[in-house]
Design a protein around this ligand. Sequence first.
Ligand SMILES: Cc1cc2nc3c(=O)[nH]c(=O)nc-3n(C[C@H](O)[C@H](O)[C@H](O)COP(=O)(O)OP(=O)(O)OC[C@H]3O[C@@H](n4cnc5c(N)ncnc54)[C@H](O)[C@@H]3O)c2cc1C
Length: 336
Amino acid sequence: MEFNLMDTGKATDDNSEKHVSVLIIGSGPAGLSAALYTARADLNPVVLTGMELGGQVSLTYAVENYPGFPDGVGGNELVEKFQKQAERFGAQVEFDTATEVDLSQRPFLVKTYNSNYLADSLIITTGATPLHLNVPGEQELTGRGVSYCATCDGWFFKDKDVAVVGGGDSALEEAIFLTRYAKSVTIIHRRDELRAGAILQNRALENPKISFAWNTVVSEIIGEDALKTIRLQDKISGEEREHPTDGLFIFIGHRPNSQIFSGQLEIDKQGYIIVDNMMRTSVPGVYAAGEVADPHFRQVITSAGMGAAAAMQAIHYLEEDSPSSIQQSLVAEAKP
Ligand SMILES: Cc1cc2nc3c(=O)[nH]c(=O)nc-3n(C[C@H](O)[C@H](O)[C@H](O)COP(=O)(O)OP(=O)(O)OC[C@H]3O[C@@H](n4cnc5c(N)ncnc54)[C@H](O)[C@@H]3O)c2cc1C
């Protein structure tokens, strides 16, 4: 297969394989920011949306910590603007999901439900999925009292009563963070001891705003337009009771969406794709950005920033280091 795209960047259909300069897997803040930057470099990036166009933030009712929107902005509206801006410069958004990749060949092969793509460079922005309780009411009340992010939503619960589900480090860190705003924080944990480190445990146990419901699980989340109460079940006695609360923060883990890259890229124990500070993965020409490569910050702005950085590196790679650019400069040098 010849590398024929560096001059146009446009997708070509060759034996039903679409050859593109830049393929972006994922359409959240990281993917759409990468799309904007590579589109403005005239590389006509293709963005595969996956099942969730706009990513996790599209689920949330209001985003108040993304600069440029002094009155806040709906999560869906924000990512629609991201998409529109990238499309204005030529990004092509495809409603499709990557199912398999081969990063050992050049161009890289990405199989989707509908096509096979050959990509000179790849930007992976498949995000992460906060683990859900999977109880009635959870989906309906997400963004209406149910949250997976204290940094994002804690401010909405000033002087309110909130509950936190989980017993690990992130649950305790977020619970302690929430005490800045909330009147009370009840930590609901299914065991009688915490998994979090000792220092965090002590801080939580000593905090006068925090109380614990041990050996307890949430069996239902109740409310119409907004969360009103949660049904709790005692795991030992089986007894159920209602616990009125204004907010429910669920921190029972995060799963990076990196499974299809396993064995082909370096991935850490928790499943995050390992990148350096230039967003480079272990395979030259493949970049990763946003929550799939970020166990720490997990915000729209940080994911978008990583997406922009990955795009700038991909642009540089295509100009200087990719097999096609090397081939082109050899051809130019050979000309009399
Ligand atoms: C309810 C909720 C509220 C939030 N509120 C805020 C807030 O107010 N402020 C804030 O800064 N942050 C907020 N966050 C966090 C923020 O949404 C994330 O940090 C951000 O969306 C991460 O962006 P991302 O692009 O890395 O990944 P994601 O947003 O997770 O997007 C991943 C994308 O990859 C796609 N994908 C996955 N697998 C495949 C595949 N195999 N093929 C193709 N595509 C694939 C998905 O469909 C999706 O489009 C919130 C999160 C949640 C869950």
